[in-house]
Design a protein around this ligand. Structure first.
Ligand code: SIN
Length: 527
């Protein structure tokens, strides 16, 4: 006999934990929220730079919206962006209330016209993860199952639960839930070079796809410009905040490779990554140079950088650090509305595994933790107002997946080589054939997600944001659409709701005061 909970959250990063806490805070005693998480290492826990939100005195919502739309290369959903930005200050206030000790100074990152990054040195994600994990563990109505992987969703007209595998005991349990929230994060591990932890294998996408949900914008894997480029390195991230504080990108002769760009090293991520990539392809290595910053600043503001580099015998205060782009953030995912509702009733998606349209073709730096915090809470509020409906359909377990395995080297190197920084039709067709030939040896779900991403990349015959095609180098107006994939229908091109909306059109969700500003004093008493 399966157990029943009010809400099952699958995934333990900022989005999942924010959703779990918001549901649990509002349900009566006797009801339960269950969080199933396969690994303590999440993309949240590894996030360094910070969380973008309008909390600075001279900043405006309009400016943050503008920067997000600009980075997204005309593929953002305007309403989603408005909601993200206007709920940013409230999300920061809530994180402060949960115990995250943001620093007084705001950081700056690529594509932002203002300093608007709240941070905890360069360990912001870890601080948020710790505070939310603590709140979840202390909550009387939340139960956490660690090292539990969702292997199937139960669908009976609507999603009514999931099968969870206890990865230690190798035992499966069926859970029934009024609402199931996928918060499984990204899929960077499908590429050979990635900043992501081992857990980022995209299982939520596969489960949702098999359940009949729509997926969108999958071709837009964002490549972070600066990971450590040493043969023995595991692609450690060197935070963008380093460039925000004045770090330069130079070649071996010391020339700045972005000297001709008006924003220099603070150009949006797609531009910076492509510049580095092209340079490296031409045999010119690229380095992050922070020697002109003080050692004191490096040690206090960037302890992760100093620790990472020291582990490889490098001292950023004395020498330029070799860098290379790596797969970092999936801009697309499970298609949802602004409250996280997927196209399958009862199934919600939040955070990196979701696609609200907020990132378009290229996510703005530090909008990802914000997305998790904001849309995690809005999904929770929708769940609380939904009355679970019964269905007549017979129950079906869909999407068998075993994403605890690490993607094989052959899968990850194929994705890196053929579905990476520069793509073309021939390579993408080769990738599809190559993936098909891996079928007997690679876990089906990972292969399936890789295939969906490659298919989207093949369909989009243009270059835009994170998706660059050498055979279609221009951005084409007729492609200002998102590609929507679903198991039950042929690929669909969806027009983008990019038009300016009246602010009255911003989704109002009970309990969330959209657009309230938080002053720095209110954020942290004492400064
Ligand atoms: C970074 O610290 O550079 C990563 C932040 C992000 O992905 O937005």
């Amino acid at each position: 006999m399966a157990e029943r909970v009010r809400c099952l959250v699958i995934g333990g990063g900022v989005a999942g934990l924010s959703a779990a806490l918001a549901v649990a805070d509002a349900i009566p005693e006797g009801q339960r929220v269950l969080v199933a998480s396969k690994s303590p290492e999440t993309n949240t826990s590894k996030a360094q730079g910070g969380i973008a939100a309008v909390v600075g005195r001279d900043d405006t919502f309009e400016s943050h919206v503008h920067d997000t739309l600009e980075a997204g290369r005309a593929l953002c959903d305007r309403l989603a962006v408005d909601n993200l930005v206007r709920q940013g200050p409230e999300a920061i206030r809530e994180l402060l209330a949960r115990g995250v000790r943001f620093e007084a100074s705001l950081g700056r990152e690529g594509g932002h016209a203002q300093r608007r990054i709240s941070h905890v040195a360069d360990k912001t994600g870890a601080a948020i993860q710790e505070a939310l994990s603590h709140a979840v563990r202390a909550h009387p109505r939340i139960e956490v199952l660690e090292q539990h992987l969702a292997t199937q969703l139960t669908v009976e007209g609507r999603c009514t639960g999931a099968t969870l595998l206890d990865m230690r005991k190798k035992r499966e349990t069926k859970m029934h839930a009024d609402a199931v929230v996928l918060a499984t994060g990204g899929a960077g591990r499908l590429w050979q070079r990635t900043s992501n932890p081992e857990s980022a294998t995209g299982e939520g996408l596969w489960l949702a796809y098999q359940a009949g949900a729509e997926l969108a914008d999958l071709e837009f894997m964002q490549f972070h410009p600066t990971t450590l480029a040493l043969p023995q390195a595991r692609n450690e991230l060197l935070t963008e905040a380093l460039r925000g504080e004045g770090g330069h990108l130079i070649d071996a002769d010391g020339a700045r490779i972005l000297a001709d760009h008006p924003l220099r090293e603070l150009a949006p991520r797609d531009v910076v990554s492509q510049r580095i990539w092209r340079s490296v392809q031409l045999g010119v290595d690229v380095f992050l140079d922070v020697r002109h910053l003080s050692r004191e600043l490096l040690v206090t503001r960037f302890p992760t950088l100093m620790e990472t580099c020291a582990a490889y015998g490098l001292d950023p205060a004395e020498q330029p650090i070799p860098v290379i782009p790596a797969a970092h953030f999936l801009c697309g995912g499970i298609r949802t509305d602004l409250s996280g509702t997927s196209s399958v009733p009862g199934l919600y998606a939040v955070g990196e595994c979701a696609c609200t349209g907020v990132h378009g073709a290229n996510r703005l730096a530090s909008n990802s933790l914000l997305e998790g915090a904001v849309f995690g809470r809005t999904a929770a509020l929708r769940i609380l107002t939904e009355k679970p409906r019964g269905t007549q359909a017979p129950p079906q377990d869909v999407g068998r997946s075993a994403h605890h395995a690490t993607p094989s080297d052959s899968l990850a190197s194929l994705m890196w080589r053929l579905v990476g920084m520069q793509r073309d039709e021939q390579g993408l067709l080769e990738a599809i054939a190559g993936l098909a030939s891996l079928q007997p040896t690679v876990e089906q779900g990972m292969l399936g997600v890789a295939m969906l991403i490659t298919t989207s990349a093949l369909l989009r015959q243009e270059s835009r944001g994170c998706h660059q095609r050498s055979d279609f180098p221009a951005t084409r107006e007729e492609w200002q659409r998102r590609i929507v994939l679903s198991k039950n229908a042929p690929p669909r091109m969806e027009p983008v709701a990019e038009e300016k909306q009246e602010s009255a059109a911003v989704l109002r969700i009970p309990g969330i005061p959209a657009g309230r500003r938080v002053t720095r004093t209110a954020m942290r008493p004492g400064f």
